[in-house]
Design a binder for this molecule. Structure first.
Ligand code: CA
Length: 253
């Protein structure tokens, strides 16, 4: 299914960009290169851009990778973004996730790991876009509704009292995992392993940025969450039927 998937490589180091393009094309992908953030934003804004996934280096001349992904999300572009960060800079991972990146890989990386990560993002994205031949995961639910909120996994959309919020693929995947394991305390490590498939030493605070965003979407008061609570010393717990939720808030005429 990845035969025609189009990867945009945003990297200013020419030898690295060309090497990635060569290897991705050898794997059957289409690949384009943008040498700076401004060019990447220009390419992706074209109506017929057709970019399926963005491989985004953090260190770029001018507009850096964080700013690129932030601007993409601001204009409601949900294209999956895999950030390439410098090894040992966990703050970059936290910043990248906060800006709206879906996944990251520290440089230097093994090509096989890059391909596996790309494949994971594309599988989710292709399913959402319903490309012909895209396999629908057998266990997948179409949506989940709780307390007047509907998570529409198919359309990467969250509807809260008539308001529609667009989700990234990883936000939707994280919500799906929380829904499946509702009522149970889940550690940050478990979320990173099960949702992001990360095995290496990742700063588990990386997950917190996603939780903050999800709370902004689903909670009435994100600072005092009732659905997605922090479990001290462990992680998080999702209680869709929370009794603490004000009953009147979701009353519809
Ligand atoms: Ca660079």
């Amino acid at each position: 299914m990845n035969a025609a998937a189009h990867v945009l490589i945003v990297e200013d180091e020419d030898h690295l960009a060309q090497g990635l393009k060569f290897n991705l094309e050898a794997e059957g992908y289409r690949a384009s290169i943008a040498r700076d953030g401004e060019t990447a934003l220009e390419i992706t804004s074209a109506p017929d851009a057709g970019i399926d996934v963005i491989l985004l280096d953090v260190m770029l001349p001018g507009c850096d990778g964080f700013s690129v992904v932030e601007q993409l999300r601001e204009r409601d572009d949900r294209t999956p973004v895999l950030m390439l960060t410098a090894r040992g800079r966990s703050e970059d991972v936290l910043r990248g996730f906060a800006a709206g990146a879906d996944d990251y890989l520290p440089k230097p990386f093994d090509l096989s790991i890059l391909l596996a990560r790309l494949h994971g993002l594309l599988r989710r994205w292709a399913w959402q876009k319903r490309e012909p031949g895209a396999a629908m995961p057998a266990e997948a639910e179409a949506s989940f509704t709780f307390a007047g909120r509907t998570i529409d996994y198919d359309n990467l959309e969250l509807r809260v009292n008539g308001r529609s919020i667009r989700l990234t693929v990883m936000e939707a995947d994280l919500l799906r995992y929380l829904v499946r394991h509702q009522g149970r305390s889940i550690s940050r490590k478990e979320l990173l392993e099960q949702v992001w498939r990360m095995r290496e030493d990742t700063d588990t605070r990386a997950i917190d940025n996603f939780i903050v965003r999800l709370r902004r979407y689903i909670e009435i008061d994100p600072a005092n969450p009732v659905f997605l609570r922090t479990v001290r010393g462990i992680g998080y717990r999702f209680d869709p039927q929370s009794k603490s939720a004000p009953a009147t808030e979701d009353l519809h005429p």
